[in-house]
Design a binder for this molecule. Structure first.
Ligand code: ACO
Length: 326
């Protein structure tokens, strides 16, 4: 079985910036509270004409280019998102058409903010079995479309963006060593968007009840996240036969600086070994980890042979961690 790693990464964020000061003019909040409680300064907001597939496409083009491949060499496209363009067709099919990736199968994957880790784990399995050679995994979100900008508890947290990675065979000893995926459906009510599905189809009631917006029990999600981030990373490291000391760069889901700090503390990491871009982009759900990964690559923070740990959690509840050698 081949070793499977990341051949290229790409990212894209919309131009428009929504700052804490902007939010303070919309709801009863302020820059100091947001920075202290979340670490966020600003977030990007998609233009009116931009949907998730547009952001995904831009990130994908860059990732395919960085991998030194053409779109026709991609065998499978996965879009991980909680904000697909539509219920169906899948956003992956829309991206496939725009890329001209005519040889690729395509589907969407739903695991909320842990989506990208689920995605790379799935891609790795396909490549290891020999079914596919090159798999494009995209995390892309337009969370601004499902955010209630009159609710100060949630509207400060979310932003739009996309990150992508092309996975394929790499020399032995490099690439992904382990994955730790998990889910706990008992927490499914803590983070939801209920409206528009088969349980609560769109109606005047769902509109008036604001069921087409994100609902979040922030305190409970926070407690879960603090517990799971460190333990998922530790489990993945143990499966890979590695220790905390081996980590060269931790790339955590950018949900809250205090959650990230708790993972840094638990893993005894020096601050420079953790990728943090939450002040610029806030929480972009499934896009957060691939966006941070692509940015770390751009900034030259990852070199060949480095041990990288990806870790995230999200609605479902779901979580995932992966250990790889770059
Ligand atoms: N500005 C000012 N005050 C605020 C704001 C705001 N934007 N939001 C809440 N407050 C107030 C509350 O009303 C509350 O006031 P009170 O004590 O008078 O009632 C006080 O601040 C504390 O509120 P808490 O909700 O208890 O604060 P907490 O420490 O839990 O922090 C936060 C809130 C930042 C949302 C935190 O719970 C968190 O980060 N949770 C995890 C969120 C997360 O990771 N979600 C994943 C989402 S992924 C997805 O949905 C796609």
């Amino acid at each position: 079985m081949p070793s499977v790693g990341i051949l290229g990464t790409g990212k894209y964020v919309p131009e428009r910036i929504l700052s804490n000061e902007d939010l303070a003019r919309m709801v009863d909040t302020n820059d100091e509270w947001i920075v202290t409680m979340t670490g966020m300064k600003e977030r990007r907001i998609a233009a009116e004409h931009e949907a998730t597939s547009d952001l995904a496409y831009e990130a994908a083009v860059r990732a395919i280019d960085a991998a030194g491949l053409t779109a026709e060499e991609i065998d499978l496209i996965m879009v991980c998102s909680v904000t697909p363009d539509m219920m169906f067709p899948s956003t992956a099919c829309i991206v496939q058409e725009r890329l001209g990736a005519k040889n690729a199968a395509a589907f969407d994957l739903s695991a909320a903010c842990a989506g990208f880790i689920y995605g790379v784990a799935t891609a790795t399995s396909y490549i290891k079995t020999g079914m596919y050679k090159h798999v494009l995994v995209i995390g892309a979100e337009t969370l601004s479309r499902i955010t209630d900008y009159t609710d100060r508890n949630t509207c400060i947290l979310f932003g739009d963006g996309a990150g992508a990675a092309v996975l394929g065979p790499v020399p032995e000893g490099r690439g992904f060593h382990s994955f730790e995926l998990g889910a706990d459906g008992r927490g499914s009510e803590l983070l939801t968007l209920e409206g528009g599905g088969s349980r609560y189809p769109a109606s005047m009631d769902t509109l008036e009840g604001k069921r087409h917006f994100i609902y979040m029990n922030g305190r409970e999600v926070f407690k879960f996240a603090v517990r799971i981030m460190g333990s998922a990373a530790e489990e993945a490291l143990a499966k890979a036969g590695k220790t905390k000391e081996d980590i060269d760069l931790l790339i955590p889901h950018q949900a809250n600086i205090r959650i990230i700090q708790s993972a840094i503390d638990r893993l005894n990491l020096p601050a420079e070994k953790c990728m943090i871009n939450i002040p610029k982009y806030a929480n972009t759900s499934a896009a957060s980890i691939p966006l941070a990964l692509a940015e770390a690559v751009e900034e030259g923070r990852i070199k060949e042979g480095d041990t990288i740990v990806l870790v995230g959690f999200g609605g479902g509840l779901t979580w995932g961690a992966a250990v790889l050698t770059w």
